[in-house]
Write a protein of this length. Structure first.
Length: 114
């Protein structure tokens, strides 16, 4: 059974930082690409960042220079370091894994107050 469990969300003031973690089980982690998506109230889920099995990364333009995605294959985990947070970063953040199939976590809430 595949499980992706996010943690690290919370309430932070604008300009602050949070580090999200996603622990994966039930998949061969090191062959999967991993990513973070987010969904704000009333909006569609959107791509935030991804890292493939070779360590190559991609970012949504609005988070470049502020967010960093990384992975630890030994721990079956992916991380999202979020710095200089803005109120518009407020959303539920979801972890995604994909290779042949797509897998999603349950999400973790990030709230940035102004």
């Amino acid at each position: 059974q595949v499980q992706l469990v996010e943690s690290g969300g919370g309430l932070v003031q604008a300009g602050g930082s949070l580090r999200l973690s996603c622990a994966a089980s039930g998949i061969t982690f090191n062959i999967h690409s991993m990513g973070w998506y987010r969904q704000a109230p009333g909006k569609q889920r959107e791509f935030v960042a991804s890292i493939d099995n070779g360590g190559n990364t991609n970012y949504k333009d609005s988070v470049k220079g502020r967010f960093t995605i990384s992975r630890d294959n030994a721990k079956n985990a992916v991380y999202l370091q979020m710095n200089s947070l803005k109120p518009e970063d407020t959303a539920v953040y979801y972890c995604k894994a994909w290779y042949v199939s797509n897998y999603w976590g349950q999400g973790t809430q990030v709230t940035v107050s102004s």
